[in-house]
Design a protein around this ligand. Structure first.
Ligand code: XMP
Length: 211
């Protein structure tokens, strides 16, 4: 599995240089890796109809690029989950959007931007398993093993990343940087606290205690 060694020759574009220290994974490397992931996923899901459940909001770019490379029929839905709500202790997860598609008897692929502590994917996996899909697999663009709190493994992983707060290519800090075409690292004086930035104004649909 490719690691996140710094991409040679990748420079942070001028508008972001004051905030982003360096490019960790370049646009070209992301593109190449997504093509490989898509080949694997296509090969593994040729027999049963596939439903993709993409976690909001960090998967936006990854999802758009990945599904265009998937050479099979599929249906798409979204799950909203956040651990950074108002008046919410770190670790408490909030479902902001439920899956609407019927997945019973179907192959389900849960897509997320990054597998970090593992709490988010474990929680979503446990909830969606109750909907009786034939199989559930998980795919993440990035995996950070240093802060893992629960024993959760993704089936498809784009890149391993070090224990740094990463932004770009869908990943945000306080809703910024999602539009960067690469994954980058903030300057050390801009790195968020371990619990991440507050995100005021979340519409709380249901509270879920993390395991
Ligand atoms: P875990 O696995 O810790 O991940 O439940 C939960 C969610 O936290 C976000 N996350 C990050 N977002 N840079 C980001 O922009 C990071 O380094 C990072 N680590 C975790 C992400 O939305 C993930 O789905």
């Amino acid at each position: 599995m490719p690691s996140s060694r710094p991409a040679s020759g990748s420079r942070v574009p001028a508008p972001w240089r004051a905030e982003i220290a360096r490019v960790l994974i370049s646009e070209a490397r992301i593109k190449r890796r997504i093509r490989d992931l898509a080949l694997e996923i296509t090969r593994d899901h040729s027999e049963n109809e596939l439903v993709i459940a993409a976690l909001l909001n960090g998967t936006v770019l990854f999802l758009a690029d990945l599904i265009r490379c998937l050479n099979l029929p599929l249906r798409l839905d979204f799950v909203g989950i956040s651990s950074y709500g108002n008046n919410t202790r770190p670790g408490e997860l909030i479902i902001t959007k439920e899956l609407r598609l019927d997945v019973e008897g179907r192959d389900l692929l849960i897509l997320d931007d990054i597998l970090d502590t593992g709490r988010t994917l474990q929680c979503v996996h446990q909830r969606l398993r109750k909907l009786n899909p034939a199989r559930i697999r998980t795919c993440v663009l990035l995996e950070k093993t240093a802060r893992r709190e629960v024993a959760f493994q993704a089936d498809y992983v784009g890149f391993q990343v070090p224990d740094l707060f990463v932004v770009g290519y869908g990943l945000d800090y306080a809703e910024r940087y999602r539009n960067l075409p690469f994954v980058g690292v903030l300057h050390s004086d801009q790195q968020p606290t371990p619990t991440g930035p507050p995100q005021p104004g979340l519409a709380v649909v249901r509270k879920v205690k993390s395991p």
